[in-house]
Each structure stands twice: as structure tokens, then as C-alpha cells.
Design a protein around this ligand. Structure first.
Ligand SMILES: Cc1cc2nc3c(=O)[nH]c(=O)nc-3n(C[C@H](O)[C@H](O)[C@H](O)COP(=O)(O)OP(=O)(O)OC[C@H]3O[C@@H](n4cnc5c(N)ncnc54)[C@H](O)[C@@H]3O)c2cc1C
Length: 464
């Protein structure tokens, strides 16, 4: 269903006709995200002012036209995709860092500031914004807040929600609210700030974010340990946790993922031959602390049977070791036309059982399932590779997907630690959440968005 001419005229009156795009190429481009499944928008609107966002939302509310907020479009669950048609509201012109407050250790930013740009800006003056999704050069702070993004450093520093102090946001009815603020403590009323964090663009459009910063650690180092089996690497993690070390990042890459990167980058220099698992570990802090942590980590890895332990202390050396991790997503894409990329999470101590579960799924469903991820958080990216032309493989992959989700929930884990639900995982919500909890969430959604115009079809099964 297209947009009514009156509606388009009203939209153009709000943002100017140059900022309402309806050409086929734009509609297509904004109709997909990193999930690569979608549907073209009826129009793409790019407001510049919060008052314009408010007027657009009020218009959509009054006319019942769906509207989907969009940041960098790197989401993995179709969150920014207009599956019910209507508008994509791209925040791309909200791209300014408004304030970096050195004394109060905070930054005030517009939502479409690119994550890496904020990190660079604060690091130049000795401050640090830790959340570092692997998409940090394309993803936006608004998208990170809406998904509560994590990343390798979440092990020590926590995920995005720990850094969000306050928000300016526009409700689906067009009201503008300001939540939280610049103080680090605030217990007045319900915590609406944290309700909006991770709400996947279904409750409000975020137009400004107040973020907590921390001092930049003076020293960083990276340690890479290689293992001849995945069990050895997982044992290394267990020993490391027992040694009471909290590295900044603790990443595991299995042999299948390693082979994919080696082939994609056309190099054999990523790890010694015979390597079946790699741990990448970042340590930061004051120099003496970094040295002691490196020693303890190296000992834990050697005790677990590491075949090689390498340490880099300079920026170039660390970047070289991290090259493997950064190249993973793109490398796996070339292995199969379709990658069901899941970000399941279990309590840290149950990671060995998660790997046993994946191993059983590989055999039972005859599928390739490379795994890597934030093992320190128990958050593993389980990638089910599928050839969509092979109908039998597609069915087996779908069965394996459900078995994976049921398995992680039985391990006291969650079906998503980072990527959210979007529309891709909505049908699995009931595996993890009880009916009463889902019903409460739907009542909250209704209170914010009585006509279900803001990002409809996301999170809740049957709503798509
Ligand atoms: C290669 C790659 C690596 C990745 N690595 C990680 C990782 O390590 N950790 C991790 O957590 N994720 C990761 N992701 C997933 C993704 O990058 C994150 O979910 C990210 O936070 C999305 O940000 P975005 O700006 O691209 O948002 P989009 O994809 O544009 O949107 C995501 C959701 O947020 C909503 N949204 C966006 N902006 C706003 C706003 N201003 N107000 C309200 N709602 C809004 C959208 O409606 C949508 O529901 C990765 C993705 C890729 C492609």
C-alpha cells in the first residue's frame, strides 16, 4: 500500500521535500539491514530537528502509518526493516557530538554519531567509551542504545546500558521526553532511561544521549593463545576465571572460523598449523597491573595446554592480533550464501556445555556451525551455514536453530545476548519468556504506542 498524497505533502511540509525520498533505489537500500531480509520502505524521511521527529511521529500516529527508526542499519535481526511498509525515519542528520565534559566524565551526543568516532574523540583527551561492537565503524550510538550493544570489552566494562545516563526521546504520540540526566545517581520514579535501552526502536525515537565515560586505561596489551582443541581453549577460560583475572576482552574463535578467515585473507600467518581454537585476550590498566595479569593469563593458558602464547604491547602488534577477530563476520559470509547468525548466551561456567550442545547439533543435523565470540560473557556467536537452494538443508537448519534456543534456555541462558529479537527471532520469544512477562511487555508497548505505529512487527510473535 503506497502513501496517500496528502500524507506525503504533510511530511514534506515538516522536513522539506529534499528530505522525503521515494525513489526506488533509496526505498530498497533502507529496506534491509545486516540480516539481509527485508521489504522496501514506502518513503525515507531524514529530519534534522527533534521537533521535526515529533511532528513526523504525530502525523504517523494520527494517520496510522508505520514508522521505523534507523541508525547505521547494521542490526542482525531486521530491527530497522519496515516489514509493514510505511516510513523509515533515518536519524542520519543527527550526527553531532554536542559536548564532552571532562570534569563530569560524560558526553552528550546525537544518536547517529558513529560509535568509533565517539571513541576516537574521547580518547584524544584521555577518556574512554568502552562499548565496542565489532560493527563500531558503521553502527551508531542510537542503534547501540536501542539494541543495548555489547562487544569484546563487555567482559570487564559491561554493555551499553551501563553507560547511558539520560536520553531525549520522542514518543510515538509525538511527545518529547527527557529521561535521567547528567548525574550518575538518580532514583526518582521509574527508570525510563533503562526501559528505552534495548527497546529496539519500538517505544520511542532517541534524539539525544548522555553517556558516561571512564578514564582511558594508560596501558593495553593483547595476548593470543592457540590450542589444538576447543576443549583446551574452554579449559583455558575456566582456569583464567579461577585465577581471578578480569581481562578487558576475552574472545574465542573455533577452528572452522579460523580456517574461514585464513582463506578469506589468503594467509596462513594467523595461527600455527594444527590450531583448532584461539583465545584473544586484551588486558588494560596501569603498567604493573597489566604485566601481572598477562603473567597469570599466560600461566592459565599454558596449564590448559596452549600450543603457543604470544603477547603484543604496541598498538600495531595488538591490531595485528585482533585482525583475525575483526575479519570474522565478512569471512564467514563467503563460506555459504546464508548465515543464521545467533548470539546465544549462557552463564560463564556453562560455556563447556554450550560447546557440547553445538557439537551435538552439528552431528544430528549434518550442518556446518562455526562459532566464535565473547566467551568471557558466555556469549557465543553460533553461525549456522545454509545453502538456501538446498531445501533439505534449510529445514535441518531451522530445526537446529530451535534446538539451539531450547538448549541454551535449558542451560539457564538466553537466546540473544546482543542482537535483540527484531522480526527474525520473534517466533522464538516464548521459548525464553513466560506468557505473563510477554503480556506485561505488550501492555507497556501499548501504553507508549496505542496504535502500534512505531516499528510494528518487532519483538512480539504474531505481531508481524
Ligand atoms: C559485522 C557486524 C558485527 C557486529 N558486532 C556486534 C557486536 O560485537 N556486538 C553487538 O552488540 N552487536 C553487533 N552487531 C550488531 C549491530 O551492529 C548492533 O546491534 C548495533 O547496535 C546496531 O546499530 P545501528 O546503528 O546499525 O542500528 P540499526 O541497525 O539501524 O537499528 C537497530 C535497531 O535500533 C533501532 N534504532 C536505531 N536508531 C534508533 C534511534 N535513534 N531511536 C530509536 N531506535 C533506534 C532500530 O529501529 C532497530 O530496531 C554487529 C553487526 C555487524 C554487521
Amino acid at each position: 500500500m503506497g502513501l496517500a498524497p496528502d500524507f506525503v505533502s504533510s511530511l514534506e511540509a515538516i522536513v522539506g521535500s529534499a528530505h522525503v525520498r521515494r525513489d526506488p533505489a533509496t526505498r530498497e537500500a533502507y529496506g534491509v539491514d545486516a540480516l539481509r531480509r527485508g521489504q522496501p520502505a514506502d518513503a525515507v524521511v531524514t529530519p534534522r530537528l527533534t521537533s521535526e521527529v515529533a511532528a513526523v511521529l504525530r502525523l504517523c500516529h494520527d494517520t496510522r502509518v508505520p514508522v521505523v527508526p534507523r541508525g547505521g542499519g547494521t542490526g542482525y535481526t531486521g530491527g530497522a526493516v519496515p516489514i509493514r511498509g510505511g516510513l523509515v525515519l533515518s536519524l542520519e542528520r543527527f550526527n553531532q557530538i554536542l559536548e564532552i565534559d571532562e570534569l563530569n566524565l560524560l558526553a552528550v551526543v546525537e544518536p547517529n554519531v558513529i560509535t568509533a568516532d565517539l571513541q576516537d574523540a574521547v580518547e584524544r583527551i584521555g577518556l574512554f567509551y568502552p562499548p565496542d561492537p565489532a560493527s563500531l565503524h558503521q553502527s551508531t550510538i542510537g542503534g547501540n542504545v536501542a539494541e543495548c550493544a555489547g562487544g569484546p570489552r563487555a567482559f570487564k566494562y559491561g554493555v551499553t546500558k551501563r553507560y547511558v545516563l539520560g536520553l531525549e526521546a520522542v514518543l510515538p504520540t509525538g511527545e518529547i521526553i527527557e529521561t535521567g540526566g547528567k548525574s550518575v545517581k538518580n532514583v526518582v520514579g521509574y527508570d525510563v532511561t533503562q526501559l528505552l535501552v534495548g527497546s529496539e526502536g519500538t517505544l520511542a525515537v532517541i534524539t539525544k544521549v548522555i553517556l558516561r565515560l571512564v578514564p582511558k586505561p594508560p596501558q593495553q596489551a593483547t595476548l593470543r593463545a592457540t590450542f589444538s582443541s576447543i576443549e583446551g581453549a574452554v579449559d583455558g577460560v575456566t582456569r583464567l576465571l579461577r585465577a581471578r583475572v578480569i581481562p578487558a576482552a576475552l574472545e574465542l574463535i573455533d577452528g572452522e572460523s579460523l580456517a574461514a578467515v585464513a582463506s578469506h585473507l589468503e594467509t596462513t600467518a594467523l595461527a600455527p598449523s594444527g590450531t583448532s581454537a584461539v583465545l584473544l585476550i586484551e588486558v588494560d590498566g596501569f603498567a604493573s597491573g597489566v604485566d601481572e595479569e598477562l603473567e597469570r593469563i599466560a600461566a592459565a593458558c599454558r596449564d590448559a595446554g596452549a600450543t603457543e602464547v604470544r603477547v603484543a604491547r604496541d598498538t600495531a602488534g595488538c591490531a595485528e592480533l585482533w585482525r583475525l577477530r575483526r575479519a570474522l563476520s565478512s569471512s564467514l559470509r563467503v563460506l555459504a550464501p546464508l548465515k543464521l547468525n545467533h548470539d546465544v548466551v549462557v552463564p560463564k561456567g556453562r560455556v563447556p556445555e554450550l560447546f557440547q550442545l553445538v557439537s551435538r547439533l552439528r552431528t544430528a543435523y549434518a550442518l556446518r556451525i562455526p562459532c566464535f565470540g565473547h566467551v568471557g560473557d558466555g556469549n557465543i556467536h553460533v553461525n549456522i551455514l545454509v545453502d538456501p537452494a538446498d531445501r533439505d538443508e534449510v529445514v535441518r537448519a531451522q530445526e537446529a536453530e530451535r534446538a539451539l534456543f531450547e538448549g541454551v534456555v535449558s542451560l539457564e541462558g538466553s537466546i540473544s545476548g546482543e542482537h535483540g529479537i527484531g522480526f527474525a527471532k520473534a517466533k522464538y520469544l516464548g521459548i525464553e519468556l513466560a506468557a505473563a512477562e510477554v503480556a506485561l511487555m505488550q501492555r507497556l508497548k501499548h501504553a507508549f504506542d496505542p496504535h502500534n505505529v512505531l516499528n510494528p512487527g518487532k519483538i512480539f510473535p504474531g505481531d508481524g
